[in-house]
Design a protein around this ligand. Structure first.
Ligand code: NAI
Length: 455
């Protein structure tokens, strides 16, 4: 049988593309080598949020006295937390399986490999079978980067050096955890293990944590965690692992040795492209599949969505890219705009961003003003964050008084940053936003406060 569409990969990009295409009446085959849900559901977004929620409850109990709540004895059972995480993951993966079945998507468990194009159809192998389709969506995701540091391979073999995959299932709480890379994964895992009692050191090559995020907010976040006991070694590189030590060198040449029982490698991810792309001539640049705003590759009728195109390695980007690809297959005009994709680091407090930061706007030569205010302008924030030092920034284009970005360091910002995304998408001016009614009291009222705020 010839399918209308073969999707290689059943993560957020692949399963949503399969679902949307089947809803539109296409005959779809989805090939997944492991579990549906991909990294996001099985070893990324969802498992980490489950762990971090338990840590948040535990921290809340530890510091309950600030809110007049005293708890005589509290404890966290890491293995129970992991067991609950597994239950949540199982439920969600089951949900995807059922949805795809209900929509009529055929799912094959196997490693998909592109063989050729024959009679204008893509031929893809999985296991012993070969499948054909008129259209192909590649949604193969990404894998942790393991830099060639001395001793890293031995450490991985001994189970002492971990990636995001293994660290979610540790059966013991490390005494000393070294986190290599202070980006999204590094910070979320450092946060969890710090909360549950590990001595955590984050080694970051740059002079700041949290990557491209607003530097002032990242610095406040870092200081918050420093107070809670995480040690940060900035402008520092790991040069060697031994069985008991992580050897680092700072930019100024200082040599630092850290004792460790586990280390997490969280220095970025690379696209999974070893699927026979060369057999049909799909172009790759710096390890990722080249795509245009319609998610097309250079090969006719072949699309690539999600981490494998390296554009924005986020599950919600993959969702949108999947829909764009399917719409284009269906002949409906659609294109992705990467400039309004929100990002969140689920530390406690969360760090959320959408659109331009002050730095990116200035780099583009935009004439902007930053409406910056303490999160304490929100009554709900103040009620729930004793001693909180969160900040909200709204970036406004002076040219037309339109909202172009926002950053927030505060809990619930993961939930409300989308409101600013909608304002950017709708091209709203400050005057228009001023007429929007926000529920009271909510943390998101900070947006309204910022809109009216003039220094
Ligand atoms: P990342 O790119 O966020 O951070 C990697 C960090 O490691 C950077 O700060 C980099 O400067 C540093 N680094 C690189 N080489 C180093 C070295 N040799 N020594 C010390 N530091 C070094 O990558 P990460 O954290 O691995 O995350 C991968 C992807 O997964 C990202 O694209 C991220 O957006 C996504 N992700 C998203 C989440 C979310 O949306 N909440 C959660 C987890 C992952």
């Amino acid at each position: 049988m010839i399918y209308d569409l073969i999707v290689i990969g059943g993560g957020p990009g692949g399963y949503l593309a399969s679902e949307r295409a089947a809803e539109a009446g296409l005959k779809v085959l989805c090939i997944e080598r492991e579990n549906l849900g991909g990294v996001c559901l099985n070893e990324g977004c969802i498992p980490t949020k489950t762990l971090l929620y338990s840590a948040k409850l535990f921290d809340g109990a530890k510091h309950g006295d600030k809110y007049g709540v005293s708890v005589d004895s509290i404890a966290i059972d890491h293995n129970k937390v992991v067991a609950r995480k597994n239950k949540v993951v199982k439920m969600l993966v089951g949900g995807i399986r059922n949805t795809l079945k209900a929509k009529g998507v055929e799912v094959v468990n196997g490693i998909g490999r592109i063989k050729c194009i024959s009679d204008d159809n893509f031929e893809v192998e999985a296991g012993d079978a070969t499948y054909s389709a008129k259209h192909l969506i590649i949604a193969t995701g990404s894998t942790s980067v393991i830099p060639p540091i001395e001793g890293v391979r031995e450490g991985i073999e001994k189970g002492k050096i971990l990636t995001n995959r293994e660290i979610l299932n540790l059966s013991e709480v490390p005494n000393k955890l070294v986190v290599v890379g202070g980006g999204v994964i590094g910070l979320e895992m450092a946060s969890y293990y710090n909360s549950i009692g590990s001595q955590v050191t984050v080694v970051e090559m740059l002079d700041h944590i949290a990557g491209e995020n607003d530097s002032e907010l990242s610095e406040i976040l870092r200081k918050n965690y420093e107070k809670r006991g995480i040690k940060f070694l900035l402008s520092t590189k790991v040069v060697r692992f031994t069985d008991t030590q992580v050897h680092c060198v700072s930019e100024s040449g200082e040599q630092i040795e850290l004792e460790y029982d586990y280390a997490l490698m969280s220095v970025g991810r690379r696209a999974n492209t070893d699927i026979g792309l060369e057999n049909i001539g799909v172009a790759v640049e710096r390890g990722a599949i080249i795509t245009d705003p319609q998610m097309r590759t250079n090969v006719n009728n072949c699309y690539a969505v999600g981490d494998c195109n390296g554009k924005s390695m986020l599950a919600h980007t993959a969702y949108r890219e999947a829909e764009v690809a399917v719409n284009n297959i269906l002949g409906k005009a659609d294109a992705i705009d990467y400039s309004r994709i929100p990002s969140v680091i689920y530390t406690n407090p969360e760090l959320a961003s959408v659109g331009e930061t002050e730095a990116t706007a200035l780099k583009k030569g935009m004439d902007i003003r930053v409406k910056k205010l303490s999160m304490r302008f929100s009554g709900r924030y103040l009620a729930e964050n004793e001693g909180g030092d969160g900040i909200f920034k709204l970036i406004v284009n002076n040219k037309d008084n339109r909202v172009v970005g926002a950053q927030a360091l505060a809990n619930y910002s993961s939930e409300f940053i989308v409101a600013v995304g909608v304002m950017i998408e709708a091209n709203m001016t400050l005057e228009q936003v001023q007429k929007v009614v926000f529920p009271h009291p909510t943390v998101c009222e900070i947006i309204r406060e910022a809109v009216f705020f003039e220094e």
